[in-house]
Design a protein around this ligand. Structure first.
Ligand SMILES: [Zn+2]
Length: 245
């Protein structure tokens, strides 16, 4: 843990990520955390680090819920951070650059990592996020031996490319196989790890701000003074404020 206390670290994280667009939040969460280190080389590695950050901030168990697509019943389930992050780092069988051959085209590419996501998040011209990401990761394209531009790859090759990227980096997308508690339906519930973690950070930070507000009004304390209280003392004073109000 960083030198300042957990609550200050949480607020600093919230402040650093709040203004970021949705697609940049996962990166921003990792960057803003003091021990983040080098950018993650793959999205699986990035998800593994986000899960570890969850364990650090909120504990090892992640409580999740999903709605049954057939009857809308709520399925509650949980995931263990350690098992989950291990699953996202299976290790690559081959070293980059990777090569895909599909529909007469050959594409040389590497897997997207944190640095590519950060670059693709910066708006440039008329390209969308996905096109910018592929622009970072596709190293060469040829059609029947002739070099061609990335923009000229047909949809079918781009689909094959994203499937190949997924197969090489299975931890890039996370989902859980669920059984409905009410009916016989089974489904895959996807989890956006960055978004899940951001919602938790935001909710926890907003609770802290409300606590600071209540104690500052009641006792005239500064934010710094409130943050210096241990969680137990803060809760005790809050209880008194609520009981007295
Ligand atoms: Zn159901």
């Amino acid at each position: 843990m960083p030198a300042r206390n957990d609550t200050e670290a949480l607020l600093a994280l919230w402040e650093a990520v709040l203004k970021q667009p949705a697609e940049a939040r996962a990166e921003a969460l990792l960057r803003a955390w003091p021990d983040s280190g080098e950018p993650a080389p793959t999205l699986g590695e990035r998800n593994a680090r986000l899960i570890e950050l969850h364990a650090c901030l909120f504990g090892r168990e992640i409580e999740l819920l999903s709605h049954c697509p057939a009857c809308q019943a709520v399925a509650q389930f949980s995931a263990d951070c350690q098992a989950l992050s291990a699953r996202m780092r299976p290790g690559l069988a081959t070293a980059p650059p990777h090569r895909l051959q599909a529909h007469g085209h050959t594409v040389e590419f590497r897997l997207p990592g944190s640095a590519d996501i950060a670059q693709a998040c910066a708006p440039q011209g008329e390209h969308n996020f996905m096109q910018r990401l592929l622009g970072c990761c596709v190293l060469a394209c040829t059609h029947e031996g002739q070099s061609i531009a990335l923009a000229r790859l047909p949809e079918s090759v781009l689909d094959a490319l994203s499937q190949e990227m997924e197969a090489l980096d299975p931890g890039a997308s996370v989902s859980f196989a669920l059984d409905c508690p009410q009916c016989a339906a089974r489904w895959q519930a996807p989890l956006d790890v960055g978004e899940m973690l951001w919602r938790k950070v935001r909710a926890a930070a907003e609770r802290v701000l409300l606590d600071i507000d209540a104690l500052a009004r009641a006792y005239g304390w500064t934010e710094r003074e409130v943050l210096r209280l241990s969680p137990l003392r803060r809760a005790a004073y809050l209880q008194m404020v609520t009981a007295g109000g």
